[in-house]
Design a binder for this molecule. Structure first.
Ligand code: URP
Ligand code: ZN
Ligand code: ZN
Ligand code: ZN
Length: 496
């Protein structure tokens, strides 16, 4: 069928992060051309009736690992299946992580990620880059990747000892370089030394199952690293973004730091907001292993509600999924030793519904905050707002028609992801994607996907995001300590 020359979404409630208004939205050539009532629209246009529905910016998932080679195997959602599933759930952009092996070039890893992703993605995407080792070469490549490849965020691991973990002095150097080049420092905040010791202890106690994963790295292991990262970032006046905040203790650390004025952002993920770690104690090994990720989902069942409260109140800022999926037979690499269970869970397809259900339907946040935490804040922090994250004239036409009253039940039987289970299995969610528009085209409608691999584009991002760096720059100007002017000491000095 021939593509219409444009799309008019009529009669819906347009929801941005700061206001909601009944309005029409006209889309042409991949862009939002006009937002308003009684628009003068040419013929040959497709009209979508959105009466009674919300018209929201497409979701932005800040944290995915499509087809990541990790812990001896490869994540089953590749860039094609993963982005298809994202679109079905109302997410129109993902930010994935380039993770170079220790000792390997950041630039080469970045280029290889682009080669893999570009021909497969069905929605727009961008890339964070991980700093998994430290050297002068890495320092130089961080600058090159920022200047020439459109990256403005670097993830540093405080866990995965001897694999990806950096020492404190290396974190200091990497954060300093982020600050120099205008990037955002991201951390996986867990104390890798304590995890290594804890794992040995659990195994020596005969605890080999999935519960050992959480027992060897309890909440304080995450909270301590979170505080340490904030302290190091503050020492160099570098903005900090804590990925996958999974515990009440770590979330409190982020929240306190924000109240003390630190430029720090916390990212809870769909898994942490929608389910908990009690599943890791399940008698069925496969079921329990399905919930293993790092930092762990916490067995304290009040955790998801607490994280949602903080997200609603701006103590936490933005949501991702850490979508890194391994089917049960892959998880089974660790059937006799929990340290060998590939870490990761699903979320890219269900994030929007889970956050609507647990956040908006529950009354914790309104529809505007929902938009803030599912798209706008991500676009602001990572510097592509209002290109994305807003329904406005000239913004990209990544738009979702959302039915807040419709319900759906999440299940692996019906999801579009490649993984053979779903951590949200059976969850009833209000808030359903009715239509997804990506780059100005209807790609999901009436439960049907109409996508083609490679139709998404890489979105380059510039450094020095104003949303993040305005305060940092001003503090540099007014907050640099100065020496006390005094007469030289003229008294006696002992001889050594
Ligand atoms: O369990 C997780 N989180 N797997 C992906 C790697 C990471 O640390 O984000
Ligand atoms: Zn991580
Ligand atoms: Zn369970
Ligand atoms: Zn991750």
């Amino acid at each position: 069928m021939e593509e219409p020359r444009g799309i008019l979404i009529k009669g819906g409630k347009v929801v941005n992060e700061d206001c909601s208004v009944i309005s029409d939205v006209y889309i042409e050539n991949g862009k939002i051309v006009e937002v308003g009532l009684n628009l003068q629209i040419p013929g040959g246009v497709r009209v979508i009736d959105a009466t009674g529905k919300l018209v929201i910016p497409g979701g932005i998932d800040t944290h995915t690992h499509m087809e990541l080679a990790f812990m001896g195997t490869k994540a089953v959602d590749d860039f094609y299946i993963g982005t298809k599933a994202a679109l079905a759930g109302g997410t129109t952009m993902i930010l994935d992580f380039v993770i170079p092996q220790r000792g390997k070039s950041l630039l080469e890893a970045y280029d290889s990620w682009r080669q893999t992703a570009d021909p497969k993605v069905c929605c727009d995407y961008s890339l964070h880059v991980a700093v998994t080792w430290w050297s002068d070469q890495v320092k130089k490549e961080m600058q090159k990747v920022t200047k020439e490849r459109g990256v403005n965020s670097f993830k540093m691991f405080m866990a995965y000892k001897n694999v990806f973990m950096l020492e404190d002095s290396e974190l200091y150097a990497a954060f300093s370089q982020c600050k120099e080049i205008g990037a955002i420092a991201q951390v996986h905040a867990e104390n890798g030394d304590l995890i290594a010791e804890g794992a040995k202890k659990m195994l020596s106690l005969g605890i080999t199952g999935p519960e050992g994963h959480e027992l060897c790295r309890p909440e304080e292991v995450e909270a301590e690293a979170t505080q340490r990262a904030i302290t190091i970032a503050h020492a160099v006046n570098c903005p900090l973004y804590v990925v996958h905040v999974m515990s009440k203790s770590a979330a409190k650390v982020v929240s306190n730091a924000r109240r003390e004025g630190r430029v720090v952002f916390g990212e809870p993920i769909a898994a942490g907001l929608g389910t908990d770690g009690t599943h890791c104690w399940h008698k069925d090994w496969g079921h329990a292993a399905g919930f293993v990720m790092g930092p762990p989902l916490r067995p304290d069942p009040s955790t998801p509600g607490y994280l949602m409260d903080l997200l609603a109140n701006d103590d936490l800022s933005v949501t991702g999924t850490d979508n890194c999926t391994f089917s049960v037979c892959q998880k089974a690499l660790g059937k006799d030793d929990f340290t060998k269970i590939p870490n990761g869970v699903n979320g890219v397809e269900d994030r929007m519904s889970v956050i609507w259900e647990k956040g908006v339907h529950s009354g914790k946040m309104d529809e505007n905050r929902f938009v803030a935490v599912t798209s706008s804040n991500a676009a602001k922090i990572f510097n592509f707002y209002p290109q994305k994250g807003r329904i406005a004239k000239n913004s990209d036409a990544d738009v979702v028609v959302w039915d807040p009253k419709m319900k759906r039940k999440i299940s692996a039987k019906t999801h579009h992801q490649a993984v053979d289970y779903n951590i949200f299995e059976g969850m009833e969610c209000h808030g359903v994607t009715v239509i997804t528009i990506s780059r100005g085209k209807v790609v999901y409608e009436d439960g049907q996907l109409k996508v083609s691999p490679g139709s998404g584009r890489f979105i380059p991002r510039k450094p020095f995001s104003e949303f993040v760096y305005k305060r940092i720059k001003q503090r540099d100007q007014v907050g640099t300590p100065t020496a006390v002017i005094r007469e030289p000491y003229k008294g006696e000095v002992i001889s050594l």
